[in-house]
Design a protein around this ligand. Structure first.
Ligand code: FAD
Length: 379
């Protein structure tokens, strides 16, 4: 597909080679920008969880040209099956097809998704430097002067901070912003082989700790569970993670019970306290701009954080291509992204708050259905 090229930016630096940073790198490079990408992690890894890719996220990946690979290497599903926590089937929710030819929903292992995106970054000959961050970023005459953590320097027409929730770029160039706020919940995740007979996504409701299972490949799934966050003075060991999750699942039936009964100490298990923030505007300072969790970090209640990051990368490139100056392009990017990210974050945080307060499940469903419906609208 030919894309409108960007005339106001010739060279861009992306700080952070995660989902949002790689999406921005691909979208900018496809519009003729020479992109440099850096990432703090010397191995450019991602942890071993699965990730839910909703219809809107699949739409964004289609725009990025990566849908077919995701379909081939992930799992595509058509509905979400709702169960009472003891395994009694409640009903099936058909996931709408939001665009012709687009699958309804699905999942994929994060390392597989990263490899798909990394391959595209490499195909576009984007140089990637690892084990590196920025020590200084400063707007200068028609550009940004950058000092890297290895002492080298560079000059770019645009710097994109996609360095996630503890963003260094945000710290250096956006003093009006602050850290993400803990929401009081935590998320447990386990990556495990697929329970026999599981064909669709599953949610287990009616318990203080809701959980769900997403298929990620023909032979693998991940299961998540949300619990009130318990403050501890240290991280849990692998054995403690295993024992605690098994105990948390004691009341569950159906495939959630199957996971409890068959999980092993070799399965990947992770616990993470949740935090969220919609940073106040402006999201850009001169020619330095933020995207992804660095500026719109959400909780997993709508499974949409990664989708928002990919959309932001696409919209950044589209708006820079659609405007003559960087300032106008960045302003348009912010105006298009802010309300949509606000909706996702506020709805997700509201559902988490209701869960903590043992609120009416009908109210949860109402908030989730409303937000998911709005997310299906074009972005
Ligand atoms: C428990 C949990 C479950 C989730 N589940 C889902 C889900 O099912 N579906 C979904 O769509 N979203 C989900 N999300 C959200 C999703 O993971 C994030 O929104 C998404 O990864 C954000 O992309 P990003 O590029 O901003 O950050 P990341 O993907 O985190 O990438 C940031 C990159 O920046 C690098 N970096 C960090 N600091 C620096 C620095 N100082 N300098 C240079 N590089 C740096 C990191 O190494 C990393 O490569 C979940 C989030 C959580 C917490």
């Amino acid at each position: 597909m030919t894309r409108e090229s960007i005339s106001s930016v010739h060279e861009a630096l992306i700080v952070g080679g995660g989902i949002g940073g790689m999406a921005a790198a691909i979208a900018l490079a496809e519009r003729g920008v020479t992109v440099d990408l850096i990432d703090l992690d010397p191995q450019w890894r991602v942890y071993g969880a699965g990730i839910t890719i909703t219809g809107p996220t699949l739409r964004a990946y289609r725009r990025l040209g990566l849908l077919e690979e995701i379909k081939a290497q992930g799992a595509i599903t058509t509905k979400t099956r709702l169960f009472r926590y003891d395994g009694t089937h409640i009903k099936d929710l058909d996931e709408p097809i939001i665009e012709e030819g687009l699958p309804a929903t699905g999942g994929i292992m994060r390392p597989v998704l990263h490899r798909i995106m990394q391959k595209r970054v490499q195909q576009l000959n984007i140089p990637v430097r690892l084990g590196l961050t920025v020590d200084a970023v400063e707007n200068v005459d028609h550009g940004v002067a950058v000092t890297f953590s290895d002492g080298t320097q560079g000059r770019y027409d645009l710097v994109v901070g996609a360095d996630s929730v503890f963003s260094r770029v945000r710290e250096l160039a956006f003093p009006h912003m602050g850290p993400a706020a803990p929401t009081g919940q935590g998320c447990w995740r386990i990556s495990i082989r697929r329970p026999p007979g599981l064909t669709e996504g599953e949610f287990y409701l009616g318990h203080d700790n809701p959980c769900g299972i997403t298929a990620c490949a023909p032979d693998s799934v991940y299961m998540w569970m949300l619990t009130p966050h318990v403050e501890r003075d240290r991280f849990l060991s692998d054995d403690e993670l295993f024992d605690t999750l098994k105990e948390l699942l004691k009341d569950f039936g159906g495939n959630a019970g199957w996971v409890r009964d068959t999980m092993t100490r070799e399965d990947w298990i992770n616990y993470r306290p949740l935090a969220a923030v919609l940073q106040p505007g402006p999201w850009f300072n001169g020619r330095i701009v933020l995207l992804g969790d660095a500026v719109h970090a959400t909780t997993p209640h709508l499974a949409s954080g990664a989708g928002m990051a990919v959309e932001s990368g696409l919209v950044l490139a589209e708006e820079l291509a659609g405007h003559d100056t960087v300032a106008d392009g960045l302003q348009a990017y912010q105006e298009r992204r802010f309300p949509r990210c606000q909706d996702v974050i506020e709805s997700s945080v509201a559902v988490g708050r209701l869960q903590l307060a043992h609120g009416d499940p009908r109210e949860h469903a109402h908030i989730l259905e409303g937000a998911l419906g709005r997310l299906n609208e074009p972005f």
